[in-house]
Structure formats: structure tokens, C-alpha cells
Ligand binder design. Structure first.
Ligand code: ADP
Ligand code: MG
Length: 284
């Protein structure tokens, strides 16, 4: 397949939207798999107690399995909980178990409670460099549909926010609040944070509504919104029940193609000029 250009530095994304069911998890795992398939080193962090990303990536994530909970609450090194995603070389992930549902409460009384995920990622990145391992090109953090301390931890850890928007009524509802919250984080906790990417999901180009919503989103966010849109596709929704992303479940499907295009666009935007066709060899 096509080699994707490598970013100069690790790009850390939080995939966020306070609405549930808009395609956050689906976007996280499929963009991650597409980037890895493009020859890049990718880490997914499942930061949602529901563990849907862990399921979709085929990770072991019953209660008690070393997970992001242990990293955030008990200072376990991030590297100790990572699992390879068998079906996609170049992709590793930190699972979320049901234990994470308690973290929201446990975090409240902790020191530097907003910075715990960021610190864990930084230490892990440093440890990998010391070991002479290739740096990650992308780290993608999947979030729950709320603005609790887990999501705040993700915003503090990231530089970029990717907002999936479902092309339906009320698509933009809640977005103003999300953007306000991101501004607050930027002002107080993480000056690097910005909304770099918006992806239209579950797009059905046959309906006027979907086209109108897409136009409205592009009107508000002409730079951020990717050209690629993700169609509504049964293959995309089936893949998680096989512990797979659509990229491996049905690589030739329209859904897989759309996520590859979206990921390629993301990679091109973040690349240094003239590196498009170079790129180092993927991890050996
Ligand atoms: P979120 O993480 O924002 O709650 P999900 O990614 O879990 O949203 O998606 C919600 C539901 O919609 C899931 O059942 C998922 O399989 C389905 N879904 C997501 N994207 C698509 C798509 N492009 N086509 C069809 N179904 C989709
Ligand atoms: Mg989700």
C-alpha cells in the first residue's frame, strides 16, 4: 500500500466530542490502523471505561488486566500495559478495563490530577528513546463522551484535537461547549492544545440533510475539516465484533477506503515538506 509521510515529531491527538455515538471510537481505531498500515508507528490509548476501542483492536481487557487505569492511578509505566494489535503491524495499544470507571472519582483527590496521563506518556516516550526504539509517529487517545477528569487528562496530554461530527440533526449542538472547554484547557493547562482536525462521519450523501450539515461544518471550519468523509457502512459497524478494524476486516470496502483517505490527509498535513515519498522503514 501507500507509504504515509512521517511527522517530524510525535503527534498526539485526543479524539473528542461530548456527544456519544458520533464515531469517536470508530475513528480512533480505524485512523490508527490506517496510519500503521501506511508504515507509521502508532499508539492507541483507550481512555474510556467502556473499553470499546480495546474491543475493536482485539485487546485482552477483562477486569484485572494491566490497563490504562493502572497507569493513571497507580503510576505503572505505560510501556508495561501495552499490547500489540495482532492484525495490524506497527500498532500497539493500552487497553481500558471496567476498573477505569472508578478512576474519575479516584482522580479527584490526587496530586496533579490533570497531568497524570501526560506525565505517563512523556516518561514512556523518554524510556523508548533511551532504549533506542523508534519514536511513535502518532498517539491517539480515545475519550468517553463527557468532560470529566479522564477527558481533561487526555486534553492535557495532547497537542491536537480531532472532532468527529455525525452528519445529522443537532450535529453542531454541544460543539460550542466543547470548543469553550478546549479554550479553558488551553488557557490554564495546555497552551499547545488546538482543534486541528474535524471528520464528518456516518455521511450519507444521498440525503439533503447530510449534505447541509457537511456544508455548515465546512463553513465554520474550512481549514480543519478533512476532505474525506466517512460513509455510513455496515462493514465499519461489524468489524468490532470480530475484534478488528475495518482496515483488516474488509480492506477493500468503502469504509476502509474512506478511513485510509482520512488518515492519509491527516499524515500529509502533519508532514514536513518533501518527505511524502521518503519515510524511514517501518519498525522492524
Ligand atoms: P462514540 O465512540 O462516539 O460513542 P462509536 O465509534 O462507538 O461512537 O460509534 C457509535 C456506533 O455507530 C457504533 O455502533 C459504531 O459501530 C457505529 N458506527 C460508527 N461509525 C459508523 C459508520 N461510518 N457506519 C456505520 N456505523 C458506524
Ligand atoms: Mg466511544
Amino acid at each position: 500500500g501507500t507509504r504515509f509521510p512521517r511527522p517530524r515529531e510525535t503527534r498526539i491527538f485526543t479524539i473528542a466530542n461530548q456527544k456519544g455515538g458520533v464515531g469517536k471510537t470508530t475513528t480512533t481505531v480505524n485512523v490508527a490502523a490506517a496510519l500503521a498500515t501506511g508504515g507509521l508507528n502508532v499508539l492507541v490509548i483507550d481512555n474510556d471505561p467502556q473499553g470499546n476501542a480495546s474491543t475493536a483492536l482485539g485487546l485482552d481487557h477483562q477486569s484485572g488486566v494491566p490497563s490504562i487505569y493502572d497507569v493513571i492511578i497507580d503510576d505503572v509505566p505505560l510501556g508495561d500495559v501495552l499490547q500489540p494489535c495482532g492484525s495490524v503491524p506497527g500498532l500497539v495499544a493500552a487497553p481500558a478495563t471496567i476498573d477505569l470507571s472508578g478512576a474519575e472519582i479516584e482522580l479527584v483527590s490526587m496530586v496533579a490530577r490533570e497531568n497524570r496521563l501526560r506525565n505517563a506518556i512523556r516518561e514512556h516516550v523518554r524510556a523508548r528513546r533511551t532504549e533506542g526504539l523508534e519514536p511513535y509517529d502518532y498517539i491517539l487517545i480515545d475519550c468517553p463522551p463527557s468532560l470529566g477528569l479522564l477527558t481533561i487528562n487526555a486534553f492535557v496530554a495532547a497537542q491536537e484535537v480531532l472532532i468527529p461530527i455525525q452528519c445529522e440533526y443537532y450535529a453542531l449542538e454541544g460543539l460550542t461547549q466543547l470548543l469553550k472547554n478546549i479554550e479553558l484547557i488551553r488557557g490554564h493547562l495546555n497552551t499547545d492544545l488546538h482543534v486541528s482536525t474535524i471528520l464528518l462521519t456516518m455521511f450519507d450523501g444521498r440525503t439533503n440533510l447530510a449534505r447541509e450539515v457537511a456544508e455548515e461544518v465546512r463553513g465554520h471550519f474550512p481549514v480543519e475539516t478533512l476532505e474525506a468523509t466517512i460513509p455510513r457502512s455496515v462493514r465499519i459497524s461489524e468489524a468490532p465484533s470480530y475484534g478488528q478494524t475495518v482496515l483488516t476486516y474488509d480492506p477493500g470496502s468503502t469504509g476502509a477506503l474512506a478511513y485510509r483517505e482520512a488518515a492519509h490527509e491527516i499524515a500529509k498535513r502533519g508532514a514536513e515538506p518533501n518527505t511524502e515519498h521518503e519515510g524511514r522503514d517501518p519498525k522492524v
